[in-house]
Design a binder for this molecule. Structure first.
Ligand code: SF4
Length: 381
C-alpha cells in the first residue's frame, strides 16, 4: 500500500487494513451471488473487450442481445477488421455513443496490422489502441489476462465513496486520483479478474444509487457510509447544470417512391449514420421555414411540405432534442453534396439496412404506423 494520494481520503492505516481484510468476503459473495452473464463465461480478450465497450453507458439487459449478435457475425478481431464500417455501425445501431463502434473498428485494424491479429496483453500497447482508455485497459487486461490493474467505473466509484464516506466530488482532483489509488490498494495481487468483477457487481446489484442493500452487503462491517447512517448521500453530487434543448426540423422527402437520406460526417456526433435531412430551428423561425432553409442550404433541395408527423423527443448525453418531422414532396433540382455529406435516394424498405440514429428510427416507426394514410405512403408525393 502507498500513502500519498490516499491521505487525501483521510484514511488511517488501521481503517485501510480493515477494508483490505474484508475483500475475501466480497470475492466469496461474488462467486455465490454474481450474475451469470455471457461475457463471464469466456476468457477470450476480444469477446471481453467487446462486452466492456458495449457496457460503457449502457445497461446489461440492453447489451446482452447486441453482444450475441455481434459475436455471431464478427467472432474474431480479424473479422471485425475486415468488416465494412457501415456493417459495424448497423450492428451497433440503438446502443448509442457510436464513436465506440468506430473506435473498435479502427482498433481491430490496428491489432491486425501492428500485432498480427493478437490482442496485446501489455497495458501500454493495449492502451495505445484507438478509443482505449484507462478503464477499458484495466477491465480487459485484468479479466482476460489477470493483469493486476484495478478498474474504477461509475459503480466502483460509488462503492469506494461509500466505503470511506468521501465528503467531496470524487471526479475532481485530488480525490479522483486518491480513489484510483484506493481501488488499487484494495486489489489483492493475483485476483484481479474476480476482484474487479466483484467490485463492479457489488455496485451494479447491491450498492445501487438508491436504496443500497447494506444488510446483505459483504462489506457492510467496514463501510463508513453505512456506519454514518446515510450511504445514499455518497458520492457527493455536483450541482446539476441545465441541459440544453434544441428543436430540429426533419424532412422526409419522397420522390418516385424513394426517400432522401444523407450520411453524417465520420468525425462528429453519430458519425457515419444515415439520417433524414434537416437542422436546428433558429430563434424566430417556424419549423417549416427552418426546414426549407436547411434543405436548400445543405443540399439545394426544393420541396413542398405536405404533412406534419408527431414531434419526437430524444435525449443525448449533453443535450435534448425535439424532432419535428415533416413529410415532403421533392419539387425538382438535383440535390448537391452539402458540406461533404454523401446522400442518396432509397426505398423505404432499404432504410432498414442503413444504420440510423435512434431519433430517426422513432420517426420511421411513426411513419410505418401511419402507412394506411395516403399522404404517408412513400411514392404518393
Ligand atoms: S454497506 Fe451499503 S453503502 Fe456500504 S458498500 Fe455495502 S451496499 Fe454500499
Amino acid at each position: 500500500m502507498t500513502d500519498a494520494p490516499v491521505a487525501f481520503l483521510g484514511l488511517d492505516p488501521e481503517t485501510r487494513a480493515d477494508l483490505f481484510a474484508a475483500i475475501p468476503g466480497l470475492h466469496r459473495w461474488y462467486h455465490t451471488q454474481g450474475r451469470d452473464l455471457p461475457w463471464r463465461r469466456t476468457t477470450d480478450p476480444y469477446a471481453i473487450w467487446i462486452s466492456e465497450v458495449m457496457l460503457q453507458q449502457t445497461r446489461v439487459t440492453a447489451v446482452v442481445p447486441y453482444y450475441h449478435r455481434w459475436l455471431a457475425r464478427l467472432p474474431t478481431v480479424g473479422a471485425l477488421a475486415e468488416a465494412p464500417l457501415e456493417e459495424v455501425l448497423k450492428l451497433w445501431e440503438g446502443l448509442g455513443y457510436y464513436s465506440r463502434a468506430r473506435n473498435l473498428h479502427r482498433a481491430a485494424r490496428a491489432v491486425v496490422e501492428d500485432w498480427g491479429g493478437t490482442i496485446p496483453a501489455d497495458p501500454d500497447a493495449f492502451a495505445a489502441l484507438p478509443g482505449v482508455g484507462t478503464y477499458t485497459t484495466a477491465a480487459v487486461l485484468s479479466i482476460a489476462f489477470g493483469a493486476d490493474l484495478a478498474v474504477v467505473d461509475g459503480n466502483v466509484r460509488r462503492v469506494l465513496c461509500r466505503l470511506v464516506a468521501l465528503e467531496a466530488d470524487p471526479r475532481r482532483a485530488p480525490h479522483a486520483a486518491a480513489l484510483d489509488r484506493l481501488a488499487q490498494d484494495l486489489l489483492p495481487v493475483g485476483t484481479a479478474a474476480d476482484h474487479n468483477q466483484a467490485m463492479m457487481e457489488l455496485g451494479a446489484t447491491l450498492c445501487t444509487p438508491k436504496v443500497p442493500g447494506c444488510s446483505t452487503c459483504p462489506l457492510t462491517a467496514v463501510c463508513s457510509g453505512r456506519a454514518l447512517g446515510d450511504p445514499e448521500r455518497y458520492p457527493v453530487r455536483r450541482p446539476r447544470t441545465a441541459v440544453p434543448h434544441h428543436d430540429v426540423a426533419l424532412g422526409i422527402v419522397f420522390h418516385d417512391g424513394r426517400v432522401f437520406i444523407d450520411r453524417r460526417p465520420y468525425g462528429g456526433l453519430l458519425g457515419g449514420l444515415w439520417e433524414f435531412p434537416g437542422g436546428k430551428v433558429e430563434p424566430g423561425e417556424t419549423v417549416e421555414q427552418a426546414l426549407h432553409r436547411e434543405l436548400a442550404e445543405e443540399f439545394g433541395l426544393r420541396v413542398r411540405i405536405d404533412t406534419a408527423l408527431e414531434p419526437v423527443a430524444h435525449a443525448y448525453s449533453h443535450f435534448k432534442v425535439t424532432l419535428h418531422p415533416r413529410l415532403c414532396t421533392y419539387l425538382g433540382r438535383e440535390p448537391r453534396v452539402g458540406e461533404g455529406n454523401p446522400w442518396k435516394w432509397v426505398t423505404p424498405a432499404a432504410l432498414e439496412d442503413h444504420p440510423m440514429p435512434r431519433g430517426n428510427r422513432k420517426v420511421l416507426e411513426q411513419l410505418q404506423r401511419s402507412r394506411g394514410d395516403d399522404r404517408t405512403t412513400p411514392g404518393t408525393g
